[in-house]
Design a protein around this ligand. Structure first.
Ligand SMILES: [Fe+2]
Ligand SMILES: [Fe+2]
Length: 314
């Protein structure tokens, strides 16, 4: 980690945007001091009136997941080799990544508030619960495991925001489509960064990196909102229903899980990885066979059950 931190400034320049010229939530929202504010809100509400129930549920899930950023930042700050006492090293990356991510929940939250379709108080209660409940992504403080996780997760969020963008357009909501698409582009850029960290670790410590990749896939990548609940529910209840809605909508499916894994295997050139010990060779064989195994399981097609009544939606 210290070795990689030597180039942290060039990593930041390559993968993060300049703050002064980066997009901000207000670029996509009506100006509350403008003459047309009320008219613009009406337009947003008209565009949101036709959004289907499952779609809104998934969008609320996305917002709450983004809003639980304090959990992710504090988790990442705790990784071995990342220290607040070295503000110009890895912790600079984490701060600057968090600062970009913070715009996602901020924008989506404000948009949903204006949409008139959401019970904001219930959404806020779920958000507070999720941050209070935290997460357990089974990486402990291991940097190798954590960078596998973040690579996977940024790719997965890119896919789900991209799909919500496409669906918004199909339902005639261009402004929401643009919002989700813009956020998706950030996620893709972040995914590139985290994937590049793993690539660099593979260059200098291939056997251990391979074992960490295998370990994370054996443990399975759990979503950061896996403890999501609504008021009165047990931890994780709303998350299970939301996953069903995701599957029904095709926004974040078990097939995507296999596809993301296959992309990572290709990106990190797992198949042709050389100079690894025999335990890591076994790990490589396990990983190479995994996407097909996941695809077969998802082809068996577990059909998500019927709609669930979320208290977030009016
Ligand atoms: Fe995000
Ligand atoms: Fe992200």
């Amino acid at each position: 980690m210290q070795f990689l931190a030597q180039k942290i400034d060039s990593v930041i320049d390559e993968f993060l945007k300049n703050i002064d010229t980066n997009w901000q939530p207000s670029d996509f929202l009506p100006d509350s001091s403008g003459e047309n504010f009320c008219k613009e809100i009406k337009e947003i509400q008209q565009q949101c009136a036709g959004l289907p129930y499952d779609y809104l549920a998934v969008l609320v899930g996305d917002v709450i997941t983004e809003e639980a950023l304090p959990t992710y930042e504090s988790w990442l700050m705790d990784i071995e080799g990342i220290s607040k006492s070295e503000p110009q090293g890895w912790s600079k990356w984490i701060r600057m990544w968090s600062a970009e991510e913070n715009r996602h929940g901020d924008l989506l939250n404000k948009y949903l508030y204006l949409s008139g379709r959401i019970d904001m108080r219930q959404m806020e209660i779920s958000t507070q619960y999720l941050i209070a409940d935290g997460m357990d992504i089974r990486t402990a403080t291991d940097p190798y495991c954590n960078f596998v996780y973040t690579s996977f997760q940024e790719m997965a969020t890119n896919i789900s925001h991209r799909r919500t963008a496409t669906l918004a357009r199909q339902h005639g909501n261009e402004s929401l489509s643009k919002i989700c698409g813009t956020i998706a582009a950030d996620e893709a850029r972040h995914a590139k960064a985290y994937k590049s960290f793993v690539t660099k670790i593979f260059e200098i410590d291939p056997s251990e990196m391979m074992l960490a990749f295998e370990l994370m896939m054996r443990r399975k990548i759990v979503m950061p909102a896996h403890f999501l609940r609504q008021q009165g529910e047990k931890s994780g209840t709303a998350y299970a229903h939301l996953s069903d809605a995701d599957q029904r909508l095709g926004v974040d499916t078990s097939m995507d899980y296999a596809d993301v894994l296959a992309c990572l295997i290709k990106e990190w050139k797992i198949e042709s990885m050389s100079g690894i010990n025999c335990v890591a060779e076994k790990a490589r064989d396990y990983l190479m066979a995994l996407p097909d195994r996941f695809r077969k399981i998802s082809e068996r097609g577990i059909k998500a059950p019927l709609e669930y009544q979320f208290n977030w939606i009016k």
